[in-house]
Design a protein around this ligand. Structure first.
Ligand SMILES: Nc1ncnc2c1ncn2[C@@H]1O[C@H](COP(=O)(O)OP(=O)(O)O)[C@@H](O)[C@H]1O
Ligand SMILES: [Mg+2]
Length: 254
């Protein structure tokens, strides 16, 4: 790992040059941040679990025809992905009011929305990821109208699929954030799903009890953060092997 060239050090992941041109190794850290970097901490074993959960969800999405950057998982904390030109947008889908959305509209957390609502945020830490509209996105050239059409269509399919998948394991998908990128392949450009899908980027509530099984446990100091991430992995039926040389392996064997 140390011999590879580091391309980017993010808040939750590190990107290394991959073995072939156009590939990247995405390393999942235990670091956690919230509220635009004001709160920092670590969640032991998070990187291992998120690597597996993101692998699982991206693979499933690939199976229904959603193009993704995912190639294969390499080990406990790393996955091989296709390098894309990241579109600087955080695409958020809300099924139920929570977090900043509930606050913004004076809604009680947990209020069912009349329909799924998609929002865009400009991915820029210095500016605090401001919310933007399609006007801003196309005017500033972050994405073309055609790119946006693809992003919207893919995002709706992703929401429908993930909502059903989680429901089947007793979890309500409250909201989530995804990122897309442009993949350049044989003189072609396609929009593909990139980054990660994990309890860091989704709100996941237990269907019966509404217990939070996601990063809100960290944001709000609710405790049992690692356990919640493990519970999500367990319910998805993901078996986490205890490899040597890493943190105590999450005990989600089933
Ligand atoms: N396939 C990809 N190709 C290039 N960059 C990617 C790809 N997937 C994700 N990224 C970028 O890599 C970074 C992942 O690390 P992360 O810790 O999430 O960073 P950040 O602090 O910027 O959110 C993000 O900036 C994300 O946009
Ligand atoms: Mg990120």
């Amino acid at each position: 790992m140390s011999r590879r060239r580091r391309i980017y050090e993010g808040k939750a992941k590190t990107l290394f040059e991959g073995p072939e041109p156009g590939t990247i190794v995405q390393y999942f850290k235990d670091d956690a941040t919230a509220f635009n970097n004001q709160k920092k901490g670590t969640i032991t074993g998070k990187g291992v679990i998120n690597n597996r959960i993101s692998e699982f969800l991206m693979t499933k999405l690939g199976e229904i025809g959603v193009p993704t950057h995912f190639i294969r998982r390499l080990n406990m904390r790393e996955q091989l992905i296709r390098q894309v030109e990241i579109i600087p947008l955080e695409v958020v889908v809300r099924n139920v009011a929570a977090g900043s959305f509930a606050k913004r509209f004076g809604l009680e957390e947990g209020t069912q929305l009349p329909r799924s609502i998609m929002e865009f945020f400009y991915k820029n830490d210095t500016l605090g990821d401001p919310m933007v509209t399609e006007e801003h996105i196309t005017a500033f050239g972050w994405a073309s109208p055609q790119d946006l059409d693809d992003i919207v269509a893919l995002t709706l399919r992703i929401n429908d699929f993930l909502f059903g998948l989680f429901l089947g394991c007793g979890i309500k998908l409250i909201d989530f954030k995804i990122e897309f990128g442009r993949l350049y392949e044989d003189d072609m450009v396609r929009i593909v799903l990139a980054d990660e899908i994990s309890p860091d980027s989704c709100r996941l509530w237990d269907l019966r009890t509404n217990e939070k099984l996601d990063k809100d446990r960290f944001r709000r100091d609710l405790g049992k953060v690692e356990e919640a991430y493990q519970e999500v992995a367990r319910r998805l039926g993901i078996l986490i092997d205890q490899g040597p040389g890493d943190v105590r392996g999450p005990t989600t064997l089933q």
